[in-house]
Design a protein around this ligand. Structure first.
Ligand SMILES: Cc1cc2nc3c(=O)[nH]c(=O)nc-3n(C[C@H](O)[C@H](O)[C@H](O)COP(=O)(O)O)c2cc1C
Length: 340
């Protein structure tokens, strides 16, 4: 189903924005033709744009920006709920928009503004910004007056004409968000090229481990990866926690070999799952060689900013029910080659 994010564009204390964003969400939730989520910029504090490379040329190395990109990427369309500051859009919203590129492109956007005169000058600016990013801005919009639509200048009282304008805005937003989906998939993207890209990412895990390059390995996971690794605890939440396991490997191993066998993927538009057998072997710091053990690995992948990342993995060995111990001496079926 089409997914729409309602982005609240003010963050200051005592802001009026949350009442309006919540009204948009509550009204939208009564429709059955899309899924809606509220995103509050307060939950995504971002640096003033300080990227050495413009976002259109590739993903950021900054964890905060990567988390913001991962939050925005899955949505098909957006409603910006915006106040008007000094005749324009709030700086915090413009900054959040500027940090990303691909995550906005070929998606639709609608506006709900508020201010003394309905906040429409903010929307005029945002339409130019969004158009530059390759977004389709819908014509209908909702303009809320701070003078006549708030009781005691404090409590938002939605009127019938607001509900009607929001309904038309969402009608067009959902239609356009849905219609643009083939563009977002990319005309040149084929199942074969996606599979090659996915396999390439797993190959980078292998290469990163061989080179003991923790930063290269980190870039292959989403910032919010949930890993059910073979080692305790039950779960490692977040890239930093996942990387601790690989850092431990580098601590004990002088040289690392990571083998992947029988890797398969099932691929959707921006999610994929896969499974493989994997074995970690090499030479320990004390000079002893270890052949390691084969484990089962399941991958949950997400495509973010055009790049497949590991959002979930599950690593296990079979359990011997009678002894309660893991079985660590099993081998995958040998690979059959021609003539054998
Ligand atoms: C820095 C600043 C500039 C403002 N400039 C305008 C303006 O140009 N036009 C307007 O209608 N309201 C303006 N206002 C009033 C805001 O519309 C009002 O404070 C509104 O509640 C802001 O939204 P928020 O409470 O969600 O931050 C301004 C407010 C601030 C803080």
């Amino acid at each position: 189903m089409t997914r729409i994010a309602i982005i609240l564009g003010s963050t200051r204390p005592n802001r009026k924005g949350p009442q309006i964003a919540q009204w948009v969400l509550d009204s939208a939730a009564q429709r059955g033709d899309a899924e809606f989520e509220l995103i509050d910029l307060r939950d995504h504090p971002l640096p003033h744009l300080d990227e050495p490379t413009p976002p259109m040329f590739g993903p950021s190395a900054d964890e905060r920006v990567r988390a913001w990109a991962e939050r925005i990427a899955p949505f098909d369309g957006f409603v910006f709920v915006t106040p008007e500051y000094n005749g324009g859009a709030p700086g915090v919203l413009k900054n959040a928009i500027d940090h990303l590129f691909t995550e906005w492109t070929d998606k639709a956007v609608g506006f709900v503004s508020y201010g003394v005169s309905g906040g429409v000058r903010s929307v005029v600016q945002l339409r130019t910004v969004c158009g530059t990013l390759g977004m389709a801005d819908v014509g209908y919009q909702v303009a809320i007056s701070l003078l006549t639509d708030f009781e005691n200048h404090a409590t938002f009282i939605p009127r019938d004409h607001h509900a009607a304008a929001l309904g038309k805005t969402l009608d067009q937003l959902i239609a356009w968000s849905t219609a643009l989906a083939p563009l977002r998939r990319g005309a040149e993207t084929t199942l074969e090229s996606e599979e090659a890209a996915l396999r390439g990412q797993i190959e980078k895990v292998v290469e990163g481990l061989r080179a003991k390059d923790l930063e290269a390995v980190r870039r292959l996971y989403t910032t919010d990866v949930v890993s059910f690794d073979v080692e305790p605890p039950l779960q490692h939440v977040g890239a930093a926690a996942k990387l601790e396991n690989w850092a431990n490997v580098f601590l004990f191993f002088e040289s690392v070999t990571y083998e992947i066998r029988d890797l398969t993927f099932t691929i959707g538009d921006d999610v994929a799952f896969g499974h493989a057998f994997a074995r970690l072997s090499g030479t320990l710091k004390n000079g002893a060689a270890t052949s390691g053990m084969w484990v089962r690995v399941t991958y949950g992948m997400r495509k973010i900013h055009g790049t497949w990342l590991i959002a979930h993995d599950q690593v296990s060995v079979p359990l011997d029910i009678t002894s309660g111990s893991g079985v660590v001496d099993l081998e995958p079926e040998p690979v059959l080659t021609a003539g054998r």
